[in-house]
Design a protein around this ligand. Sequence first.
Ligand SMILES: Nc1ncnc2c1ncn2[C@@H]1O[C@H](COP(=O)(O)OS(=O)(=O)O)[C@@H](OP(=O)(O)O)[C@H]1O
Length: 391
Amino acid sequence: KPLQQDRCCLKDSAKTPVALSPRKPKNMAFIIGAQKSGTTFLFDELVKRHPHIKSREIKEPGRINDEKEAHYFNMLPLPNAERYIQAFENAANTQNTTLTFIDGTPDYMHTPSAACRIAGAFPEAKLIVLLRDPVARALSHWNMFRVFGGKKGFEEEVGDELAMMRKKGCSFELPPTLAGSISSSPSADAVELANEVQWKRDKRIPSYNACFRCTFGRCGTLKRSEEGSVSCVLDEFPLLGYVRRGLYAYQLEWWMKFFSEDQFLILNQEQMEKDPEFVIKKAITFLGQDPNLLAPPEDLDASNLISGRGSSVVKGFHKKNASGWSLPMRDKNATQVYARAIEDLYRYFAHPNQELYALLKTLKVAANGWTGEFPKEPKNKSGTEDNDEDE
Ligand SMILES: Nc1ncnc2c1ncn2[C@@H]1O[C@H](COP(=O)(O)OS(=O)(=O)O)[C@@H](OP(=O)(O)O)[C@H]1O
């Protein structure tokens, strides 16, 4: 698709050094998100078990997920392009067209400028999207930051973010009267209302990009890029974005301005939990690789596992010592303590989720394994035996 004319995107994306490099990988794929949706698991399985799918290789990784998460296209100023490309070259010949190179940075999906920059550098890119119940995603995200030293409770974090979004007119909520009529009465009136709501959204409620323009990481107080064209909104909206990151429909609509439908594979974390092999093979086929070359799942070392039960792949959930895998819920009773916040968030996401289901329907994603409905409740991870070895 032609690049959008947008001050966040066009100049910047056309100019990224990666876009201009003849050494950039020929076949490039991305797992763009969503964060906390099983992206590490999928990435690891693809790279470790398929001989033609290559991640970056870094001599001295600085962070646990360094090889998976390049964090190149969501940064301002842009990180070192040489380092980005070299890391793929360390793994294999980037010009070899039988290989797929993959960058699994879940921060890309909610960062509007990442879409434009990737489109500028890799217009033919294949994009894998994992979706997860946004409330469960938010809780998992909050838990990760608790484990890393975050102090605030879930209710406070989510409350602050929602208040900020409402203040800026970017909450993506419906007025309560409209929200009520739509969810409770599937009548002709409701359909009319839905149209009106659509109209309202088109005309009155700003788009995802209008609200979260750019959302670069690491930009601090920087307001303009070197060419003076890019502003950064991090000071307004917190980077963590427990709520914002769950607004999948609006993010996908934005990405679809830059890439055609057949460049996306939209998967579902809940389905991957139930049938990981099916999802992994689907991703391999989508990447144009042969699923028959997939090696069998690795036997996990029991000493790495919190729970010794379940199939080896399911055990992988409980692997310790890697931030991208499951981190035991730090506050054991979190789902009870934050029951009210969880309920509020389900109410908040009711409309954005409806928008997502409608979008997925138009993309015919249901036929590919998406159930069309998120589970009603997040997995209850508090007080179960699996959490007994909480650190
Ligand atoms: N196979 C499989 N299927 C479905 N879900 C899985 C799988 N493996 C891991 N997980 C769960 O994914 C959560 C971590 O997601 P990410 O790897 O995307 O996290 S991160 O963004 O890289 O930090 C994390 O969720 P929580 O346990 O709720 O925190 C993992 O349990």
